[in-house]
Design a protein around this ligand. Sequence first.
Ligand code: NAD
Length: 484
Amino acid sequence: MNEINNSTSKPQNLIGNSWVPAQSGRVLPVVSPIDGATFAEIPDSDAADVDLAIAAAREAFETGPWSKLTAVERGRLMLKLSLRILEEKEALAQIETKDNGKPIKQSRTDMIMAARYFEFYGSAADKLHGEVIPFMNNYDVAMYREPHGVVAVILPWNYPAQQVGRSIAPALAMGNTVVLKPSEDACLSALRIAELAVEVGFPAGVFNVVTGRGETAGKALTEHRGVDFISFTGSPEVGTLIQIAAAKNYVGCTLELGGKSPQIVFEDADLDAAIPVLVNALIQNAGQTCSAGSRVLIHRPIFDQVVAELKLRFEAIEVGPSGEDDVMGPLISAKQKQRVERYIAESDQPIIAKGRIGSNTPSDGFYVAPVLFGPCNPNSRIAQEEVFGPVLCVIPFKDEAEAIAIANGTDYGLVASVWTRDGARQKRVAKALLCGQVFVNNYGAAGGVELPFGGVRKSGHGREKGVIALHEFSRIKTVVNYFG
Ligand code: NAD
């Protein structure tokens, strides 16, 4: 094994526990959203690099030491990694903030979450059992749960470290090996976590990372015949391509895609509790969260009151570089900034309020002031499409039936919240909503590693988080034993 590089000062691909440049020698610049400056380079990998990574992952899965470890031993390694992430929390958070632009407070939380995923799934590695199925006399039927084999994990840039934990920890817990293609826009924390995995003793080929662009490295990975399962988090457009690639190779996939998640506020809601959450559910991570609560549906009798409160809060939001304060940070890239600004400029819906960009903000950073739109036509473009930026739409509704119709009236279905003190209404509305998670009188619940997460329709399919993710990252074999 090569001596391990410092993964963040001279990033390379991690293949079979060795750091290697792209076979082509090509690199991509790493740009900080805080000031738009290039501060590192990553391999611009392609099919040749993916071939190497898959070969390493295949060998580790079939013949390497990983294949001989018990579930308890796998779990112990994962717990060690969890502790190392916590030890390195501050350094990792600094990397994340420079690479992704998110406020340092958020990055610290993300590292705790990344560690928590390895803790949760490391502890679960030996606890998902098979079953014995009653069948005919003189038969013994056992249902085993087995790993898929080599799992391709493709991730976006918005919660880079957390998403490593969310997708890779359950895959490893079930005994798979992994080839990760993190986002070309933010991948340094993923490389560093992989480096820590090597440090705590993960055998060669178990956790491989290939950096690069989606249309080259990502495409080569998803279309590779050596991949047994794909875990994809990203946009619906790319999710469709992933699903086609998976279908051609007859492998399964989970798709964690976008959202246009509604927060529904009824007239009997506890507004003191709701208002700060309504705002934070959107502006956290500058609106770049798949489960961002980007539509607030408000019961007509309290519409003006809630809007007045939201207006005050939006006008008080200051956007700036990612210090300790509760500032909202920049967007990930110049491209994303232009995309969000275009949505704002092209919308024909009224603007209620805007935040402001702080005076000390670097002019070449990718900052966008948050915008509160409303009252919005629920069918308008800004209220239908995922902006993935700090844009919140408020929409009035007259009764429960209309609230549900508006909430379910986009192509997406990821998360929703319901704010009401009426217990029967809480249950009725939660049941009627088309999505994967409903929060009643709260939102997001601090990440919730334990809580199964995923979407319906354009938000994707399959579930990550929770024990259920272990089902996704494994498959069932039934053994029918006749002993008569
Ligand atoms: P994206 O789809 O552009 O990219 C995601 C990943 O896919 C990146 O690593 C990219 O390089 C790769 N990729 C791009 N083209 C590819 C191709 N042809 N083949 C294989 N891989 C390819 O998404 P993004 O801009 O990085 O992230 C934003 C999107 O992700 C939003 O829609 C957001 O809602 C979604 N997202 C969803 C979740 C969730 O859990 N549901 C979480 C975070 C982000």
